[in-house]
Design a binder for this molecule. Structure first.
Ligand code: AMP
Length: 298
């Protein structure tokens, strides 16, 4: 067996979602799930995580039907991580209704030696201590890509900073960038984030697209036009999946087409409830949207 192209750690969850267009309970979700479903369109993904004995068979079937290796997903006696979120009518804001850690509470990632040789590492939204543990087990990665959320900036800032220092590409949204740096101007926030260590920072701005920043350049990438947003859950994680999916197939890392592919993949996720929108995406239809975004940048 050869080393996997992409390894990821994050949450595998059962989500309860309340949106203006519909509700769903205990639907397959979690940062790793969205990421893996997105990235596996382009390259094999090795998933690291934990679920409880209540994790549904349909979830395993879905992972197995994709290019997703679940060897390092532990099944522990207890309940799968559950998260509930409710969106405002305009989908601009979201309240967390509950977070039930379940088997996540005592989770320690275990990574087979082969998997630790992965080319690309995605540290999805999860406690920074766990991100750090995975980072330490994947010393030869070409890129370590990290995502986070406001909760960890609030309660585990020091551990998060340790992870950011080891990160090559740091993904976060505009609110998180402001919260972490104290700078309202995103260009200045990007400067500060780059000074923490990553060589690339990508700040996601929802329907306003994203800002790609490295030491030399700042590039704004727009979203796919004309998409009706139904449920933004997992948009950031599937954005990351599209990004790493691109990097997995290109040895020369040109980040602009990688971010355009990320944008195109995320546009599928937001157009359905839970993972439904993402599940209809295929590389062929993603390419059509890549072309639409690229033509807007000319
Ligand atoms: P996003 O919309 O990108 O913030 O991702 C939403 C996903 O993150 C949902 O599927 C949740 O299950 C998962 N999630 C929410 N809170 C947490 C948390 N504290 N730790 C890990 N995953 C979480």
């Amino acid at each position: 067996m050869s080393a996997p192209k992409i390894i990821t750690v994050g949450s595998i969850a059962l989500d309860t979602l309340e949106t203006p267009s519909g509700k769903v309970s205990d639907a397959l979700g979690g940062s790793s799930t969205y990421f893996a479903l997105a990235a596996s369109m382009f390259a094999p993904v090795h998933l690291v995580g934990v679920v409880g004995t209540d994790f549904p068979e349909a979830g395993w079937d879905l992972f197995k039907s994709r290019n997703i290796d679940v060897t390092d997903v532990q099944i522990v006696d207890g309940k799968t991580f559950r998260w509930g979120g409710r969106y405002s009518d305009d989908l601009h804001s979201r309240d967390t209704l509950f977070t039930e850690l379940g088997v996540f509470e005592n989770f320690q990632p275990v990574i087979t030696e082969q998997a630790g040789q992965a080319d690309l590492v995605f540290l999805g939204n999860i406690h920074p201590g766990l991100q750090k543990a995975v980072c330490e087990r994947t010393p030869n990665a070409r890129f370590i890509v990290t995502d986070t959320m406001n909760l960890w900036i609030d309660i585990s800032r020091n551990e998060l900073m340790d992870v950011i220092r080891k990160t090559d590409i740091f993904l976060l949204n505009d609110e998180e960038a402001i919260q972490l740096t104290g700078k309202d101007d995103l260009n200045k926030a990007a400067d500060t984030l780059l000074a923490y260590g990553p060589s690339v920072v990508i700040i996601k701005q929802g329907r306003r697209g994203s800002l790609l920043a490295d030491g030399q350049t700042r590039i704004r990438i727009p979203v796919v036009p004309g998409i009706t947003v139904v449920d933004p859950t997992g948009a950031g994680d599937s954005f990351a999946g599209g990004l790493l999916g691109y990097l997995a197939n290109h040895s020369e890392a040109d980040l602009i087409p990688a971010v355009i592919q990320a944008t195109a993949v995320a546009s599928f996720t937001v157009s359905g409830l839970g993972v439904e929108g993402l599940l209809v995406a295929t590389p062929d239809v993603v390419i059509e949207r890549v072309k639409r975004v690229s033509s807007m940048m000319k």
